[in-house]
Design a binder for this molecule. Sequence first.
Ligand SMILES: Cc1cc2nc3c(=O)[nH]c(=O)nc-3n(C[C@H](O)[C@H](O)[C@H](O)COP(=O)(O)O)c2cc1C
Length: 231
Amino acid sequence: MNIVVINGTEIRGCTYQMKEFFLSELREGNTITEFYLPKDGPAFCLGCKTCFMKDEALCPHAAQVQPIWSAIMNADLLVFAYPVYVMRAPGQLKTLLDHFGAHWIAHRPKKEMFTKRAVILTQSVGAPNKGAQSDVETSLNWMGVSDVKKFGLKLMEGVIWPELSEKKRKDIETKTKAFAHQFLNPRVPRMSLKVRLYFLIGKITQKMVLSRTLVPSVDTRYWLDQGWIKR
Ligand SMILES: Cc1cc2nc3c(=O)[nH]c(=O)nc-3n(C[C@H](O)[C@H](O)[C@H](O)COP(=O)(O)O)c2cc1C
C-alpha cells in the first residue's frame, strides 16, 4: 500500500508524535511518502484561475503543488496530520487545498480519488477538533474521496510534548496505535451516498453548461473525454 502523509506543521511536537505512532503500525510492507507544510507546500493561491480555465500544470506554484498531487495520485491511503489552529485547520493546509480546487467534482475530478481512503489526525489543547477536521474532509469529499476516517485528541495538560505527563503520552500512543489497526489491510472503499450526490450535481451542471455553449470549457471537455457526459 502506498501511503502519503501531509503534515500540517514542521514542528516535531505533539502532532508529529501522534502521526509517528499512527505510522509505526503501518510501516511494514507499505511505502510512505511525507510532506511537511509550510516547507514543502505552495505559497498562497494568487487567484489567477489558470488551473480552472487552462491547466493546473500552468499554475505559478506548480513546482510545489505537482509533486504533492502526484504522490496523492499514487497513494492508496492519504493521511493528513495537523494541529488545530484557532478552531480550524492551519492556514498552510488550507493554502495547499486551495491549489487542488481544479480537481473538485465541480471541475475536473480524478477517478483515482474514488478508490482512495483518507485519515485525518488532529489534536488541540482543549478545543473541539471537528471544525479543523471538516476543513480537510470537505475538500476530500469534493475531490471524490468517500472513506474519510477522523481521529482527534485533546491534550488538556499543555502543548509541549516532553512536558506532558508520562500517563498522557502513553494514552495518546495507545489510542493512536489502536486507531491505526483498521488500516492494516488494504481495501477499496465503496462510493458514499454523499460523493455520489456531488458527482450527480457535477454531471447535471456540466450537461447544462454543454447545452448552452458551442465551445466547451476545459472542465466540460474533461467530462466529455471521461465519457461522463455526452453531446
Ligand atoms: C497558532 C496556534 C493556534 C492554536 N489554536 C488552538 C485552539 O484554537 N484551540 C486549542 O485547543 N488549541 C490550539 N492550539 C494548540 C494546538 O492545537 C496544538 O495542541 C499545539 O500546537 C501542540 O501541537 P504541536 O506540538 O504539534 O504544535 C493552537 C496552537 C497554535 C500554534
